[in-house]
Design a binder for this molecule. Structure first.
Ligand code: NAP
Ligand code: ZN
Length: 346
């Protein structure tokens, strides 16, 4: 066991503070990495603030780890010291059930182990990426293409993988009209991915502030959603991806789908009940569905795709001391468009 520097939440109401966490010794199937950068996902905030239920504290959040391999266990053959690697939202699963075997470890029937705040198989509570070092089972480590800078690549580990899965599932590509609700960390990566896949992308936002940025990043259109926009955009999209961290009017958005279109919930509104209008759904055979991150194979595919198409998140690199201010800015929709912690400042 070794102690490494980290930023941890002491309780759900307290700001994060500099501290240390324990990391296990490198086992035969483990990869040890220097975590050089870690993105701040809104899920980190929901979690440490107790919005998704009780946690065990102190807790280091962070599931967008990017860094370099520093040691490997004896059974590890696909990673070498110095490799650029990432770790996303998962660090363990049974690897034997049907979801695991088909590359959907996030749906492991024995319970997927999240990168932080989960009780791992050895009984310890997992600690995330707001730290300088991690030890992770090789099956949950992915390669980051060498042409992607590690700071900007970090958000791909959650935001990228989370948008990739539904874009693939709902066939984003030429001829598809996709709308993304919420232009934050997830939303802006979704725009870049969908655009690189050849789809036409529209951003639906709750203010006008990000219009120029969205258009510069390749959006075909941008709307601040008001009554007029909801009327004029009826039956416009094949797919709508909702990445908003708060409650939206789902039925109003469902009405913006074409016949057979799909509304995909990605944003994890802490008030998790949706009341669906059957008439809005049935009248156009619309699909209401939800999506949870990606499996490991898909995450690697997404990273390779980003390497080939040079898809990179827009980031603001911050020192660790700024994490609490960054949290407040994320909650205020004032992130442009992902904060990434430079862990050398810890
Ligand atoms: P984020 O950077 O804060 O982006 C969320 C965006 O939602 C904001 O930029 C804002 O966009 C919009 N928004 C925020 N508050 C709003 C409000 N009160 N009313 C209307 N719109 C509002 O967060 P993120 O990191 O992208 O994460 C988004 C959500 O996805 C979070 O709930 C997170 O936990 C969840 N998540 C889910 C998965 C999954 O697997 N399903 C994975 C990762 C994260 P505009 O300013 O453009 O309106
Ligand atoms: Zn996340």
């Amino acid at each position: 066991m070794s102690k490494v520097k980290a930023y941890v939440a002491p309780s759900e109401a307290a700001p994060l503070v500099a501290s240390t966490i324990n990391r296990r010794e490198v086992g035969p199937d483990d990869v040890q990495l220097d975590v050089l950068f870690c993105g701040i996902c809104h899920s980190d905030i929901h979690t440490v603030r107790g919005e998704w239920g009780k946690q065990t504290y102190p807790l280091a959040p962070g599931h967008e780890l990017a860094g370099k391999v520093t040691a490997t266990g004896k059974n590890v053959s696909s990673f070498s010291i110095g490799d650029h690697v990432g770790v996303g939202c998962l660090v363990n699963s049974c690897l034997e059930c049907e979801p695991c075997k088909t590359g959907h470890e996030q749906f492991c029937q024995k319970g997927a182990i999240a990168t932080y705040g989960s009780v791992d198989r050895d009984g310890t509570v997992t600690q995330g990426g707001y730290t300088q070092s991690a030890v992770v089972n090789q099956n949950f480590v992915v390669h980051i293409p060498k042409n992607l800078p590690l700071d900007a690549a970090a958000p791909l580990l959650c935001a990228g993988s989370t948008l990739w899965a539904p874009l693939k599932r709902w066939n984003a590509g030429p001829g598809k009209k996709i709308a993304i609700i919420g232009f934050g960390g997830l939303g802006h990566v979704g725009l870049k991915l969908a655009k690189a896949m050849g789809a036409e992308v529209t951003i639906l936002s709750h203010s006008d502030k990000k219009r120029d940025d969205a258009l510069k990043m390749g959006a075909a259109a941008f709307y601040r959603m008001d009554a007029e926009a909801f009327t004029s955009l009826a039956e416009s999209y094949d797919v709508i991806l909702n990445t908003v961290s708060a409650t939206v009017d789902t039925n109003a958005y469902l009405n913006l789908l074409k016949f057979d279109g799909a509304f995909v919930v990605i944003g994890a509104d802490p008030t998790p009940t949706v009341s669906l209008s059957t008439s809005v759904g049935i009248s156009k055979q619309r699909v209401f569905t939800l999506s949870l991150i990606s499996g490991i194979k898909e995450t690697q595919e997404m990273l390779n795709f980003c390497g080939e198409h040079n898809v990179l998140p827009e980031i603001e690199v911050i020192p660790a001391q700024y994490i609490n201010d960054a949290f407040d800015r994320v909650v205020a929709s004032d992130v442009r468009y992902r904060f990434v912690i430079d862990t050398s400042t810890m």
